[in-house]
Design a protein around this ligand. Structure first.
Ligand code: UD1
Length: 420
């Protein structure tokens, strides 16, 4: 078994380059199924979720060749199967994108229900309702979603809540639907815009991505093209929070500062000095962090994927802070582990309340999911003594060269193998 071992209390200092966005990459890769040519996708992060996505694509006869470490050439013209294997689907949440991608291009798909982080119930009913509105028949049996259609026809689709996955999935299916599809109450996250930009580069007609109404005019076919994945706002936010908690001075580079507004604003409210340029943000930690209230929300609100990291930072602030989780009903499962490191935090329904001025002390803990793992690392970085984190496979799913990047900022962090 592999563990991450941290000896805490080194302030982080220096510059860190942010990788391509996980959630954009895992949408753009299956979206390339729509292409009628060869696609070259650049700035792909080297993370397990991307590798799982590539394995799943290869299992369907899609040719995927790395041109260099971060550039993949994809040729989906000779796809051999519309069925995704259950084991491959269970490796990641984003396997649901094969539904929209295959249905759109081939009018048929068989995709097992997805895996991914356990954040409570994560239904895909909006995805299926959207496909049905476009004219597909959806059957769910033995944990597999089967979709087929003679043809797809544009429709007006209203989402009960702005689901990221449903917005992208319906958008992919609608690219080839006859006429116009409107997705109302669509999600506005940066990776929605990135996926739409990628499809448009291939010849799709998608307007309004990044707003609540997305308008897709069906086209008969798409070509190939080159595309660069946007930088990862969640990875950037993780390093910004790590800088703040260690009282360090860190510049996150190769980012889009606008995507970080909700995080920047909270760090400033807590007393950190935050400055930004065209493609970078510097966070300088404050000696005494002020308490604050944080509420997760759909973009441009504070991202749920930074909630565990932010909750950890709030534990250090002076006085009581609150963080309310409005996206996933059970995203506080990591709290027990963070308490083992000394956090004084209690959960009341959808809100976690921190007592403040916490002195973290090293202990052995286990990552319960990807972002919870990042929160434990952040706590370990400012803890007294040694923190040992198990279940680190979660971190490999979403962070490229995690320990290496932290080490370059001065952290005492390493990975060990241990016989258990
Ligand atoms: C995506 C991200 C994940 C992020 C989340 C919210 C990927 C691969 N994952 O997950 O990292 O935490 O967005 O920003 O991009 N819902 C339904 N029915 C549906 C779909 C969603 O009820 O059919 C609900 C969910 O239970 C949840 C909310 O809508 O409460 C938002 O979920 P959604 O935006 O779909 O998240 P994911 O696509 O699973």
């Amino acid at each position: 078994m592999e563990y991450i071992v941290i000896n805490g209390q080194n302030p982080l200092n220096g510059n860190v380059n942010i990788s391509g966005a996980k959630n954009a990459a895992v949408a753009i890769l299956p979206a390339s199924i729509a292409s009628g040519g060869v696609c070259e996708i650049d700035n792909l992060p080297q993370i397990e979720d991307v590798m799982s996505m590539i394995s799943a694509m290869q299992s369907m006869g899609i040719i995927c060749d790395f041109k260099d470490e971060h550039t993949l050439v994809v040729d989906a013209r000779n796809i051999t199967s519309h069925v995704l294997d259950e084991k491959l689907a269970k490796n990641m949440r984003a396997s649901y994108y094969f539904m929209g991608a295959l249905l759109g291009r081939y009018k048929q798909a068989e995709v097992p229900l997805p895996g991914g982080c356990d954040l409570g119930s994560r239904p895909i009913d909006y995805h299926l309702k959207g496909f049905a509105a476009l004219g597909a028949t959806c059957i769910q049996e033995h944990g597999v979603v089967k979709l087929y259609a003679e043809k797809l026809k544009g429709a007006n689709i209203y989402l009960d809540c702005p689901s990221v996955g449903a917005t992208i999935n319906i958008m992919m299916a609608a690219v080839f639907a006859e006429g116009i599809t409107l997705i109302e109450n669509a999600a506005k996250e940066p990776h929605i815009v990135d996926t739409a930009n990628f499809l448009n580069k291939l010849g799709a007609k998608i307007g309004g991505a990044g707003t609540a109404t997305i308008r897709i005019t069906g086209v008969p076919s798409l070509g190939g093209g080159e595309y660069t994945v946007l930088p990862d706002p969640i990875e950037a936010g993780t390093y910004m929070i790590a800088a703040a908690i260690t009282g360090g001075d860190v510049t996150v580079e190769n980012i889009i500062p606008k995507h970080m507004d909700s995080v920047t604003s909270k760090l400033k409210e807590m007393g950190c000095l935050v400055t930004e340029g065209d493609d970078w943000i510097t966070v300088r930690g404050a000696k005494d962090l002020r308490s604050c209230e944080v509420k997760t929300a759909f973009y441009p609100g504070f991202p749920t994927d930074l909630q565990p990291q932010m909750a950890t930072l709030l534990c250090k602030a002076q006085g009581t802070s609150t963080i309310t989780e409005n996206v996933f009903e059970q995203r506080f499962r990591y709290i027990g582990e963070i308490k083992r490191l000394g956090a004084q935090i209690k959960v009341e329904g959808r809100m976690a309340v921190t007592k403040g001025s916490c002195v973290f002390t090293g202990a052995e803990v286990s990552a319960t999911d990807l972002r919870a793992g990042a929160a434990l690392v952040i706590a370990g970085l400012c803890a007294r003594g040694e923190t040992v984190i198990g279940n680190v496979g979660h971190l490999d799913r979403g962070y490229e060269r995690f320990e290496e990047k932290f080490r370059s900022l001065g952290a005492d962090i390493k990975r060990i193998k241990r016989d258990d």
